[in-house]
Design a protein around this ligand. Structure first.
Ligand code: FRU
Length: 458
């Protein structure tokens, strides 16, 4: 399906990380890691989706694909900025030194090299894959700095007086680290400094994102091998309230982190600034097997990231709440795009969202998806938040593949991939549940009506 609302899903085949997320010339652009030849990970391309409002999305096909020596085996994750009206994408190009003899789309024993590349576009829709790519940071060969293989996922931003980018890397595959670079002109990049925490924080830090908010700076990172409890997904996205001194690129990272989402399906988040100046996040929602229609991988609803003191909030984006506002009395009346259920839970009470059970136990919220998710070794079926501070008000966004539980306006969020949910919502004690479904397409998407998808966004 080319057009999707609420939760953006793989158009077909496989998607993972969001890339190049930006509001540019009137459109939100969300690129993503895409394997076009089957529902599994392989040679990475950048797929592309656009939206006027972060609610209704349209898939636009492939934006980036391997064309040069440095990215011949994949265009890995990266990010976007705008400068002088142009869109700049930076990403990691991967070159396998030994291809897996059984499978041309993977490499053998991690024998590969990573470089950082840049490509620009005048309109956000056209990319010159043949002649438009430049290598901005060659493979890191200095072991004192980082790893030649596992250094990737540039996140770029404008600082006070220069451009900056941060890469995820590893110190001898023992612990993750960040590498900071600076540039005056977006072409020449100089390594400035690094930051790390140590072996308890995963062996490789993927997809770093750093940004300032009104309440202070935030680091988000996706450490590999963070969980040591036998669960299948050892890699988990976390965030820290940090201090950052720009001139020396010195980052002060505390010991304590929060999970970016407590459902343990959300990975590789990336943020940008929305049309109203809010810091907004998208992220990949992992799935263990393809949905019935054959696609695998999707994205969470956009979240507004705010730091208050040492806590980081992930609030439902106001455009989602506005779009999901047509009151209904029964989930059977909901549009296939999804619905929102709003209710409160007292200690011991439970809600049943089409088979996914949400319980309040003391001041924690627990979600149990056993009835709507495949069971396999290491499957994460039961999620739980830390102790809540601000009451217990829940807003649940649900469709057939994803249930997102926003708790106390984003104090914590639990997102769970599901494989079909029932059309019932019940809360113990017969408590009131307010139900809302997606309104019909808003006027700001009318431009697309009656036009072919080729015309609609250009
Ligand atoms: C995270 C990640 C990134 C990499 C990309 C490859 O999920 O492993 O580090 O760039 O996916 O698809």
């Amino acid at each position: 399906m080319k057009r999707q609302r609420l939760h953006l899903k793989a158009p077909d085949n496989w998607v993972n990380d969001p890339n190049g997320f930006i509001y540019y010339k009137g459109y939100y652009h969300l690129f993503y890691q895409y394997f076009p030849y089957g529902p599994r990970w392989g040679t990475m391309h950048w797929g592309h989706a656009v939206s006027r409002d972060l609610v209704t999305w349209e898939h636009r096909g492939i934006a980036l694909y391997p064309t040069v020596r440095e990215d011949r085996n994949g265009c890995f994750s990266g990010s976007a900025i705008e400068q002088d009206g142009k869109l700049y994408l930076v990403y990691t190009g991967v070159r396998y030194e030994v291809v897996n003899p059984e499978d041309p789309h993977t490499c053998l024993d991690e024998q590969f090299e990573s470089a950082q590349l840049m490509i620009t576009s005048e309109d956000g829709f056209h990319f010159d894959n043949e002649n438009g790519k430049t290598v901005i940071i060659p493979p890191v060969t200095d072991k004192e700095i980082g790893d030649r293989t596992h250094t990737r996922d540039p996140k770029i931003w404008r600082g006070t007086d220069a451009w900056y980018l941060v890469l995820g890397s590893t110190v001898e595959e023992k612990y993750g680290e960040l590498l900071f670079f600076r540039s005056e002109d977006l072409r020449t990049w100089t390594y400035v400094n690094k930051a790390w925490k140590g072996p308890e924080y995963g062996w490789m830090w993927e997809c770093p994102d750093f940004f300032e908010t009104e309440g202070g700076a935030v680091l988000m990172v996706s450490p590999m091998g963070l969980l040591k409890n036998g669960e299948k997904e050892k890699n988990q996205a976390v965030c820290f309230p940090v201090g950052f001194e720009e001139s020396a690129c010195r980052m002060d990272i505390p010991d304590e982190y929060q999970f970016t989402d407590y459902g343990m399906d959300l990975y590789a988040p990336q943020t940008t600034v929305d049309a109203e100046g809010r810091r907004v996040m998208e992220a990949w929602i992992r799935m263990p097997k393809p949905a019935e229609a054959g696609w695998i991988g999707m994205f969470c609803s956009p979240r507004v990231v705010e730091r208050r003191g040492e806590h980081i909030y992930f609030r439902m984006h106001p455009n989602i709440r506005a779009a999901c506002s047509e009151e209904i009395t029964d989930p059977a009346e909901a549009s296939p795009d999804g619905y929102m259920a709003v209710f409160e839970l007292e200690d011991g009470e439970q809600a049943d969202i089409g088979g996914l059970l949400i319980t309040r136990d003391g001041n924690r919220i627990r979600a149990d998806r056993t009835a709507v998710y495949p069971s396999f070794e290491g499957a994460h079926l039961i999620s739980e938040t830390p102790e809540l501070k601000d009451g217990c008000r829940l807003e649940v966004l649900a469709d057939d593949s994803l249930v997102e539980i926003y708790i106390n306006d984003g104090e914590y969020v639990i997102s769970n991939a599901v494989y079909g949910i029932g059309k019932t919502v019940k809360v113990s004690g017969g408590k009131t549940v307010r139900l809302y479904t997606m309104k019909a397409d808003k006027e700001n998407n009318e431009g697309m009506e009656g036009k072919s998808s080729e015309e609609s966004y250009e």
